[in-house]
Design a protein around this ligand. Structure first.
Ligand SMILES: Nc1ncnc2c1ncn2[C@@H]1O[C@H](COP(=O)(O)OP(=O)(O)OP(=O)(O)O)[C@@H](O)[C@H]1O
Length: 730
């Protein structure tokens, strides 16, 4: 390894710390700007708040957390005379797992800027545990390990419960993740070189990875593998052998639909057979639960860390919180819990301030006792587990303090911040990371705002900005950006010898796969036998054989200027919910294209008339403003899915329609210029991909876009819209 490639670890960690600080500031600024600029009612419509609530009850939930049950404030519902007064919540966008602030509701017209910040001190933060028609449950921070409001929390809850106050809940930035990343980077920054393990040395390029024999099938250790699933394809088996043989680091590169998770499951089972202790992580709860669900049938003894409210119901039985209650070791925790519940219940019965305070004081003591007992129980459970699963930041919780693992496995590593990956990495001396660096990296808000500022100051900047288009940017600090993932950095540092690519894909028709394979995956992708010729007309229910259902690839070219884009300077959407907010509060300028939306509608109608079920169809587009225009499709074709390209990463559908939106004389393509975004868009469908866009505009965006348009012109069923019928549709 040459000295020039090596990374100065403390400098790297410090650079990460300052980038993370900027990112957290950007997230907080975004959420407090929302709160500052809009009334509770507007925020509720935008899907980020629920107003006019009262605390209906409180109880002890999983993990000893206090759960507040919030319902509509009867005063407001009866005064407005709203339908089923007092029983149902209004329409809202709060979901289980969201982190919210429960606070006394401010007066009508939004919260003043200063107040917005002060509000955090007055309310309590928590995780949404339940969303019913008439109730929202929030497990509030109780000053535990990461309890954001340590010290103030009882006062907070007490303040909210007392006097039947009118409260509201608002989604807030998740700073726990940042605290965990910061703590990890601080640890790295302080580490002395002599403390670096050979693993750390390799990951920073201070040493080369230990060589792996070229032909692993003949290798003594990993050559003869008794496969749990012998139907794995050769590239999957090769990746597993490689992962077993690597000493420090192995990357499993999984292009769309190539069975990355499938491969990781076998790898985990093989590691268990070798009696190794494994920590399995992913950037999101769903990525981790996906693995837990697939491991469970193999009867693997495992423990899933994480807030129960954020886990899939099917995974709950393996969650540490639940095991703490149900296992033998958990019995000693139970008694205290019962006592806590009794106290909680008594709070509401007393109106006397002094008595209430006394009860809160008792509760505090009990909670301490509970936590001590729980901690002992947890350490027994975790210490005895061979396989532990958690989100990347979840691995930074107290439960894993001091725990060591033989291997850390990170799924979706190319969608995680590098600092996030280091949270579990410091607990092991070997890592296997799976991902696809040619799909979208994690969303970076601090970088977005920076590049947006750049974009608005220069009208022709969008397609020429940096190698990553709108979401990319220049190196910010010593060559480090948050957008450079661990996966990217390691590939650059050590080259392709540290990775193995999965090459058989089980999703797309061959014609859909061709372009991404040739342009991005060195032409190596192979469509599995069962999928390579699948068409919509062959769906396992009755679908007519029509022009639309027999073509795997359709391009509707809108060139000619009749389909102009519109700049959504004034309005934009929140989270695709179709509700309007002013631009200043949300995600910058978005674009829409009404005529293109009409074409989408026409095409969907064609598919549905032929018998394709709406739930087998998705429309994806890079622009939120376009999503808002498309929203009525959901009423016309119930079951159809609409999504942003970024939001659809990791998903698949039988038929996917991609609306490219951009159509202007200057060839401005904005963040369409990002190859990885296009890759995600074009690799979601199984049997049918329809691209709708203006080839003239799009071709000017980049070489990749030009090649794609030319590929579609030559290989797709090429169509030009019929304006007369379209005007009718519009
Ligand atoms: N060897 C195999 N034989 C048959 N089917 C397979 C094989 N490997 C994977 N699959 C199938 O391919 C599909 C995709 O697998 P999986 O969910 O593991 O993919 P992934 O690569 O994690 O997904 P994504 O591409 O979205 O990241 C699944 O339906 C899986 O059953």
């Amino acid at each position: 390894m040459t000295g020039a490639d090596a990374v100065d670890v403390p400098a790297f960690a410090r650079a990460q710390l300052s980038l993370l600080a900027a990112e957290l500031a950007a997230e907080i600024a975004e959420s407090s700007a929302l709160v500052a600029l809009h009334s509770p009612a507007a925020l509720q419509r935008a899907g980020v708040a629920i107003a006019n609530l009262t605390v209906a009850s409180q109880r002890t939930g999983l993990g000893g957390k206090t759960v507040l049950e919030l319902g509509p404030d009867p005063a407001t519902t009866s005064s407005t005379g709203a339908g089923t007064a007092g029983t149902e919540l209004p329409e809202h966008g709060i979901r289980v797992g969201d982190i919210v602030l429960v606070a006394e509701q401010p007066s009508a017209a939004g919260v003043k800027k200063k107040e917005a910040r002060a509000m955090e001190g007055r309310g309590v933060k928590g995780v949404v545990t339940r969303v019913g028609r008439g109730v929202v449950g929030v497990a509030v921070d109780d000053g535990g390990e990461d309890g954001g409001n340590s010290g103030k929390e009882d006062y907070g809850v007490e303040g909210l419960v007392a006097g039947d106050k009118r409260v509201w809940i608002v989604k807030v930035a998740d700073d726990v993740t940042f605290r965990r990343m910061n703590a990890t980077m601080e640890r790295l920054a302080k580490m002395e070189e002599r403390e670096y393990s050979s693993f750390v040395r390799v990951l920073f390029g201070l040493s080369s990875p230990s060589p792996v024999p070229a032909d692993l099938t003949k290798d003594e250790e990993v050559g003869e593998i008794e496969w749990v699933d012998p139907t794995l394809n050769d590239s999957q088996k090769d990746a597993i052998r490689f992962a077993l043989a690597s000493r420090e680091i192995g990357l499993i590169h999984g292009p769309p639909g190539t069975g990355k998770t499938h491969t990781l499951i076998e790898l985990i089972l093989q590691l268990i057979k070798r009696n190794l202790r494994i920590l399995v992580c992913g950037p999101s709860n769903i990525s981790v639960d996906n693995i837990v669900e697939r491991l469970v049938p193999h009867k693997v003894p495992l423990v899933r860390l994480g807030h129960p409210a954020r886990l899939l119901p099917s995974v709950l039985n393996h969650s540490l919180d639940v095991l703490t209650r149900t296992s033998e070791a958990g019995v000693i925790v139970k008694d205290v819990r019962a006592e806590m519940d009794a106290k909680q219940a008594s709070i509401r019965k007393t109106r006397n301030g002094r008595e209430r305070r006394a009860i809160y004081a008792d509760l505090k003591e009990l909670r301490k006792e509970y936590r001590e007992r729980e901690r002992r129980c947890i350490s027994d459970l975790v210490g005895g587990s061979k396989v532990v699963l958690a989100t990347l930041h979840g691995a930074g919780g107290f439960q894993l303090r001091g725990e060591r693992f033989d291997v850390v496995i990170i799924d979706e590593a190319s969608q995680a911040l590098e600092a996030q990956c280091w949270v579990p990495l410091l607990a092991a001396n070997k890592a296997i990371c799976a991902g696809d660096h040619l799909q979208l990296p994690p969303t970076i808000k601090s970088l977005n705002s920076k590049s947006k500022a750049a974009a608005s100051s220069s009208s022709s900047s969008s397609s020429k900005k940096g190698k990553h288009g709108d979401t990319g940017g220049e190196d910010v600090l010593k060559g480090t950006t948050l957008e450079t993932t661990l996966f990217d950095r390691l590939l650059k540092l050590h080259g392709p010898s540290i990775k193995r690519m999965l090459t058989t894909q089980y999703r797309m028709h061959e014609a859909i796969m061709r372009f991404p394979s040739d342009e991005l995956y060195e032409g190596k992708l192979i469509a599995a036998e069962g999928v390579k010729a699948r068409l919509l007309k062959d769906l396992p229910y009755e679908v007519e054989d029509t022009d639309d259902t027999r073509a795997p690839l359709i391009f509707i070219d809108t060139q000619g200027g009749d389909f102009p884009e519109k700049n959504e300077d004034e309005q934009d959407t929140a989270g695709g919910g179709g509700k309007k907010l002013t631009k200043s509060s949300l995600y910058g300028d978005s674009k829409s294209n009404e005529m293109e939306a009409a074409l989408v509608r026409q095409h969907v109608r064609g598919l549905v008339d032929a018998g394709v079920k709406p739930e087998d169809i998705a429309v994806v587009t890079p622009y939120n403003a376009q999503l808002a225009i498309l929203a009525p499709l959901k009423d016309i074709f119930p079951g159809i899915e609409l999504g942003s390209v970024d939001g659809f990463q990791g998903r698949e559908k039988e038929a996917v329609i991609v609306s490219l939106v951009r159509s202007n004389p200057d060839g401005e393509v904005g963040f369409l210029g990002e190859k990885r975004r296009l890759n995600v868009a074009m690799t979601r469908p199984k049997r049918s991909l329809t691209v709708i866009g203006d080839s003239e505009t799009v071709k000017k965006g980049s070489k990749f876009l030009k090649d794609w348009m030319e590929f579609l012109e030559e290989n797709a069923d090429l169509r030009y819209p019929d304006l007369a019928s379209l005007n009718q549709e519009a």
